[in-house]
Ligand binder design. Sequence first.
Ligand code: NAG
Ligand code: NAG
Ligand code: FE2
Length: 478
Amino acid sequence: MVSRILMLLVVSSLLNLIHNGVAEGVTSAFIRSEWPSVDIPLDHQVFKVPNGYNAPQQVHITQGDYDGKAVIISWVTADEPGSSQVQYGLSEGKYDFNAKGTFKNYTFYDYKSGYIHECLIDGLEYDTKYYYEIGDADSTRKFWFQTPPGIDPDAPYKFGIIGDLGQTFNSLSTMEHYMQGGGQAVLFVGDLSYADRYKYNDVGVRWDSWGRFVEQSTAYQPWIWCAGNHEIEYMPYMGEATPFKSYLQRYPTPYAASKSSNPLWYAIRRASAHIIVLSSYSPFVKYTPQWRWLAEEFKRVDRKKTPWLIVLMHVPIYNSNEAHFMEGESMRVVYESWFVKYKVDVIFAGHVHAYERSYRISNIHYYVSIGDAYPVPDKSAPVYITVGDGGNQEGLAGRFRDPQPEYSAFREASYGHSTLEIKNRMHALYHWNRNDDGKKVATDSFILHNQYWGTSHRRRRRNLRRNISVLCDFKQAS
Ligand SMILES: *[C@@H]1O[C@H](CO)[C@@H](O)[C@H](O)[C@H]1NC(C)=O
Ligand SMILES: *[C@@H]1O[C@H](CO)[C@@H](O)[C@H](O)[C@H]1NC(C)=O
Ligand SMILES: [Fe+2]
């Protein structure tokens, strides 16, 4: 009898152990698809190949220099190389300038890419609308873009922030909502096409369809690219083991302009913002090229010229979702003290397919021996925002950790995108816009106070008050 009870006890505690072990393993490693989301079929009109023999497709632009006076224009021609030239000018159809680019092609398994053109146009005027035309003979196509205002501490500018976009109907909804919102450039936080969800030649095919899908925005305004894990495409089973191959062939960045040695990490300045792009999937620990470069880049930041200091990375450093929990720890340990030291305003990340915003917190006093490691309020720390909710085929990460940690200010597992509307050196309006089944609904929003001018302004105001009261005392006395 006693031994039966003992047996039962042993079995039930064993069962408990197994149950707990399994439950934890599954929740921490698996991304749940609460609302299964499938890719838009290839024959859908959003992927339509433009009419005409060898017509340029997948047109996209990005900033081409450090300060916003240059643009890199990229596109693909399918039938033959054709011209890599861009004609451009200040009015439609009247092109006073032209620039000559280059083209390349690559293979991925048996897939052969089209001819990928890349053309830098520089020496542009600030705050100016340019019209441009690409392609040959009867298959030319026309677009336009607007250059940003010059580097100025009070230059207003509206950025969109999109992550983990993919090519589903949810992705389409995110695109449509972003385009209605009047954003002037996109800060893209990684995971572009999700083509790596396919095998063999379909990988290349889905990169092409994604390029045609996003062209409605990317041909007209720069998207500032940051690489995610879906760009790695380490696929040795089909003989493809060069990381980031398709991404690097297709999406150039102006890395050399910020003295970076690698297109995966770089910085640009645009209007009143200094934007630093990091690579979560490239070496970043002390003494690596990315670490050395970032140390120098932070020194180049001049908050008197560009008050807004923004960092983009794919893997969030603060995340209270079950999905990808703690994946950002290694980068946090290496870089967080710099983010605080240089008073970064905001860090945008993706990867987790949900939305989350943190308070200003840091966890840099990490004493392993006494276990004192918990995020604490820190006025010099950035706000961390995860916008991995663009709408790809993996679905939403619907399970947040319970209870919500004190550092987490707002979190919701819905599709959407964010906007950051810089008003002047002092403040910016921030919005997270949930797609909400087709309607655009502003949800989380607040005024972001600049980390550099916000605090020095308070000091200035205090001084001013003190000086006035000194003045009053003086008047009364006299
Ligand atoms: C690039 O295109 C040329 C001309 O069509 C072709 O001969 C070559 O095999 C292609 N190279 C790759 C890497 O696909
Ligand atoms: C107030 O006075 C201090 C010196 O007492 C000066 O440094 C500061 O610039 C003044 N502030 C303003 C806003 O006038
Ligand atoms: Fe990701």
